[in-house]
Write a protein that binds this ligand. Structure first.
Ligand code: PAF
Length: 274
């Protein structure tokens, strides 16, 4: 496995390669990321994983400075998971000048759920993802369903900008309690970690109610918010949406339930396809 830090060196290494599969990450890897690497391994001849904490997607009050950077451990994990190239650029390799050109996703996908709570987040995500796509020129890129809105947004960006890249989704990986693996789980103390599984439980309860025929979705969303609130969570949203584009769902649409909530100082997100 090669570790490459500059765009020039990466381009040289990628010359003459065949099918490239990219897994973009911000590092601090866990089993969820490694499952994406394994998908990439099946889909490409050469697997590239990027490790880059993208400051453009953090608001000033968010955790860019303290976001865990675990480079050595990440490389060990990647070496054991079938990754061929780790692309780990410094901040000024990606942002060598102020990023004046940015990607502004369409409001119908940008101004809802995560984008509504975190203005500018998806501009930061899409801008760096497009840059990584331009640098790596992958045939395939793998994104986890854990960040459901991000996955849909990258898919729609690729479609609308006619990028010749297949976006492959990876299932969310959970621990034994049901908690979705996330780099930010590391911020939780022991009791919060036990409690954290209740976010998925709230979504499961809601899914069971929908599957048993309830169609009063706003009530189900409110009940889930109350469930979390009573346990000490501060929820940003619980929403039942249609899977395709996260718009308001109507009967017959394949659904997804999404939630974001804060436990102490840690903000967690999760979702469940129904
Ligand atoms: O999902 C992430 O880790 C990030 O949003 C991504 C896609 C690597 C862009 O910085």
């Amino acid at each position: 496995m090669r570790i490459i830090k500059t765009i020039a060196e990466l381009r040289e290494a990628l010359r003459l390669t065949r099918k490239r599969a990219l897994v973009p990450t911000m590092g601090n890897l866990h089993a969820g990321h490694l499952s994406l690497v394994r998908i990439a391994r099946q889909r490409g001849d050469l697997v590239i994983t990027s490790l880059f904490v993208n400051r453009l997607q953090f608001a000033p009050h968010e955790d860019f400075a303290t976001y865990p950077r675990t480079f050595e451990r990440d490389c060990e994990l990647l070496a054991g998971s079938g990754c061929d190239i780790v692309f780990s650029p410094a901040d000024d390799e990606i942002y060598s000048e102020a990023q004046g050109y940015t990607v502004h996703p369409p409001p119908e996908l940008n101004d809802i759920l995560e984008g509504q709570v975190r203005p500018g987040f998806f501009t930061g995500v899409c801008t760096v993802v497009l840059k990584l796509f331009n640098i790596v020129q992958p045939d395939v890129a793998v994104f986890g369903k854990k960040d459901y809105q991000q996955l849909l947004m990258v898919r729609s960006m690729v479609r609308q900008l006619a990028l010749p890249i297949e976006i492959v989704p990876g299932e969310t990986v959970r621990d034994a309690s049901g908690l979705a693996l996330s780099s930010r789980n590391g911020y939780l103390n022991d009791s919060q970690r036990t409690e954290a599984a209740q976010l998925q439980k709230a979504l499961r309860n809601l899914a069971v109610a929908v599957q048993s025929g309830r169609t009063d979705w706003p009530t189900l969303e409110r009940e889930a918010l109350e469930f979390l609130g009573a346990r000490g969570w501060q929820a940003d949203y619980v929403a039942i949406r249609r899977q395709r584009d996260l718009r308001e769902a109507t009967l017959g649409d394949p659904l997804v339930a999404l939630a974001a909530a804060r436990l102490g100082g840690t903000r967690l997100i999760d979702n469940l396809e129904i």
